[in-house]
Ligand binder design. Structure first.
Ligand code: CMC
Length: 422
């Protein structure tokens, strides 16, 4: 069987044969036969906007791998910081590389005092922490002039370390501000996830000691959320970075894309939905409303997974471990019932709608006492390493500026009318 397609221009009868490589065709080949004719694909459903060696995702088979390593193995055996290194540098670190990496990230956790005092403290008391986070990431761009030197490997490394290290500090700071609690400085004796928990919850104790089960659960959630190939926020990162903007403003743009309820805000929407349903007896009625198109079943469905999201399977196990410590989240039974009813219903199975990563992650976060507003922030912390891996890859590819075509469907030319004639 020939791995190619042949296109005929019916206007001229001319033909062109285009090879199919890795399941896709090179769109620029079309241009050779059909100059000026472009694809209309507004949500990139049929368009690969990048070649990438970072994450492999097979939505039909439910496969997710970072740099070739199955997500299940990483979630069981690795740590978030090791995974961040793997994503960005392409290989698992050797012991000395890992030691240096952990040291560098740990010692860049502090924020410039003006970031905290002038920027973060300036937000209104009820500001959504994700809005605070997005703005503060962008503000970092004004503190590090070396961020513009994106071709210098040493400067690049510095910004990567700073961003990964400071995300938990900014995230926890956004929360403390919203509840009127004093800001907690990083504790560099703690590991990445434990330090974040300390900055979130420490009150007057000399050293915060997080429950190791909860720290590990959070670290696993960070691993699961670290990258997911060309999702909405990563695409935003790549598009903005393709203009050669610095990594702080590019990351702020990616975080802004993550803020929406169709993306990083979905776990927040799941918990609100479960609260709205209120009891197991009302699950059937809610499913009816979903099928009538009145509401969506939050935490279900995915643009690429047409099978169970492998992250959802791991998260379900993590949820059991967390609930052993925190007690069961009362919304869990409603979630389990919803899943059972939906998976037995042709509406969902025929559309290949299965639970995604967000169906259970919100329940874990809630059991760990994170306010709902913090859920997208918890997603942004680890996704930063994925965004930065794509940033490095894009720069190394010498990618051209992203500039899609447009199908103009507005009015044709017309003459300007003076205001008294309208
Ligand atoms: N509940 C009910 N029906 C749904 C849902 C849902 N959650 N998702 C899709 N459908 C239906 C949709 O109405 C359509 O039906 P029909 O063919 O009759 O018109 C069909 O399934 C195909 O849906 P679509 O809107 O074309 O799917 P999409 O690929 O554009 O959207 C999605 C993907 C994730 C935005 C969508 O499934 C959704 O809104 N899910 C709920 C929000 C959510 O859980 N988001 C988290 C995604 S995972 C985390 C991340 O990676 O950010």
């Amino acid at each position: 069987m020939t791995e190619s397609i042949t296109i005929t221009d019916n206007r001229s009868g001319e033909q062109i044969e285009i090879p199919i490589v890795n399941g896709g065709v090179d769109a620029s080949e079309w241009g050779k036969l059909l100059p000026g004719v472009w694809f209309y694909d507004p949500s990139f459903d049929h368009t690969a906007a990048a070649a990438s060696a970072i994450t492999e995702l097979d939505g039909e088979k439910g496969i997710l791998r970072y740099r070739g390593y199955p997500i299940e193995q990483l979630a069981e055996q690795s740590t978030y910081l090791e995974v961040a290194y793997l994503l960005i540098f392409g290989e698992l670190p050797a012991p000395n590389q890992f030691e240096a990496w952990v040291h560098d990230v740990t010692y860049h956790t502090f924020l410039h005092e003006n970031v905290r005092k002038k920027f973060m403290d300036g937000f209104h008391h009820d500001a959504h922490p994700m809005g605070v986070l997005v703005s503060t990431i962008a503000a970092l761009s004004t503190f590090y002039n070396d961020a513009k030197n994106i071709d210098d490997p040493a400067d690049r490394y510095k910004q990567i370390v700073r961003l990964i290290a400071k995300m938990p500090t900014m995230a926890a700071g956004a929360h403390r501000h919203s509840v009127g609690m004093p800001f907690v400085y990083p504790d560099n004796n703690l590991d990445f996830a434990s330090n974040f928990l300390s900055m979130m919850w420490k009150v007057a104790e000399p050293q915060y000691e997080p429950n190791p089960v909860l720290s590990r659960a959070l670290d696993v959630l960070f691993i699961l959320h670290a990258d997911h190939e060309q999702n909405c926020s990563t695409t935003a990162m790549r598009v903005v970075a393709s203009s050669l903007a610095d990594p702080y403003v590019s990351t702020a743009a990616a975080a802004a894309a993550l803020y929406g309820p169709r993306h990083g805000g979905a776990n927040e929407a799941v918990v609100r939905m479960l609260g709205e349903i209120g009891s197991m007896d009302d699950v059937g009625d809610y499913i009816k409303r979903v099928k009538a198109g009145e509401v969506r079943l939050q935490g279900f469905g995915h643009r690429v997974y047409r099978n169970y999201d492998p992250r959802a399977t791991i998260i379900k196990q993590t949820a059991d471990e967390v609930f052993e410590v925190t007690g069961k989240n009362p919304l869990l039974d409603i979630a389990l019932k919803l899943e059972e009813v939906a998976l037995a219903d042709n509406y969902f199975t025929s559309r290949k709608l299965y639970p995604n990563v967000d169906f259970y992650s919100g329940l874990i976060y809630q059991a760990m006492d994170f306010p709902i507003d913090m859920f997208p922030v918890l997603f942004a912390i680890p996704r930063t390493s994925g965004w930065l891996a794509h940033w490095v890859e894009l720069l190394d590819q010498n990618a051209r500026i992203a500039r899609p075509r447009q199908l103009y469907d507005g009015v044709p030319q017309r003459d300007y009318q003076a205001i008294d004639k309208r």
